[in-house]
Design a protein around this ligand. Sequence first.
Ligand code: IMP
Ligand code: MG
Length: 183
Amino acid sequence: MELAVVAGDIEKVIVTEAQIQSRVKELAAIIDRDYEGRDLLMVGVLKGAVMAMADLSRSLQRQVDMDWMAVSSYGSGTKSSGVVRILKDLDRDITGREVLIVEDIVDSGLTLSWLKSNLESRGAKSVEILAILRKPDAAKVDIKVKYIGFEIPSDFVVGYGLDFNEKYRNLPFVGVLAKHMYT
Ligand code: IMP
Ligand code: MG
């Protein structure tokens, strides 16, 4: 979907489609190198990571297994609490596997922090995290995000998998949602 279709809803584009595509290719090359000679299982967090998984995996020059999880974090309003419920679990055992969690964005980091320890507790050999976007609040939680696409301001953003009421996920860029959309 092009910007023109929803132009009035987007305050400004903060990461363009070209920037995302070139960064994803860079990250894929780094992952190819880091995981050379190792097994790799990418775990995408539904639904936000769909675009990132699709683009990233197609840029890798190696075989890769892909699986998906869906989680919901309980919280008041728009802040997540870190109390997480699994809505869809992995299809397979990950004992001894080298896992790379793929996420759209790290905000408070609470969801990812819970997910990482959950996957580690299942006996994975390694669990690393890739997030396309990271907001400044993420710095408050002690969570190591190994691969980051872009550091962005705290504004509420949509596109490239990120939604507002399940809409705007199919924008190929990341934009700040106009304030009049939610105030
Ligand atoms: P947290 O890191 O536990 O606070 O939760 C991160 C989750 O909140 C992400 O996976 C997104 O689903 C959602 N989220 C955080 N910031 C935004 C945003 O700016 N737009 C859309 N969703 C967001
Ligand atoms: Mg998400």
